[in-house]
Write a protein that binds this ligand. Sequence first.
Ligand code: DC
Length: 262
Amino acid sequence: MMVEPAVEIAMGPDRMIVTIDGPAGTGKSTVGRELAARLGLALLDTGAMYRAAAAIVLDQGIDPADEERVVEAVAKEDLHFDFSKDPPSMLCSGTPVDDRIREQDVTRLVSRVSAIAALRTHMVRKQRIVAHQHPRLVAEGRDQGSVVFPDADVKFYLEATPGERARRRAEQMRCAGQDVDERALRVEIEQRDNYDSTRAVGPLRCPEGATRLDTSELSFDEVVDELERIVRQRIAEQTPTRGDGGSRPGRGAEGAAGAGEG
Ligand code: DC
């Protein structure tokens, strides 16, 4: 009788931090989610944290200019992820806010809120705590490789043309049943890029040592395939060859897909 070979589930070292930075609309979130699933890593969607902060500001009627109050209110809500959900659910004081944080008023305010230096310090601290608790992680967000995890194992910087990013964002919004003006969206994206890359606090930049990938001409699968290939290559370089095969990377490691938590 044929004996099935054992499925190789474990892969890579105990710690594997992969960061994905880049401007809005380059597909960081969806790519990060799929990459995490394929590699059996947890996902840290840091945009969700800044969105939750903006929702708190709106829902509590806080003046966003009152930075001290903003940070105080956000800290009080004790933002957390529920990693038992796929994708992880964003919790404010233990209540899921995943739908609220995707609403348009939040999207409009989040860039301004995320420019508050003291709030970024608070978020960076929280993100590092998440990585401590989930050391096998895909951390996605514009400062993950440049500021939060400069010593990450693998760093990516995704780019795409403003036109393509507007097209993708419009498609996402249409799927969510929202009305869209794609041209206005493109202008908004260009303005936000300009603001994001020139702002004093946490300007957007390509992290040192990151692999840059222009995704404009690539399909979603092509982007994820390329990122996965690079991560697996890095793991192979890092992993000493062991007789037991338990921590060797390889295509068989797909068995870990969807495991969610690292
Ligand atoms: O990726 P997103 O659209 O969910 O991000 C929401 C906003 O938060 C966007 O304006 C960029 C900002 N952000 C940030 O400043 N730093 C991060 N690490 C993640 C997102």
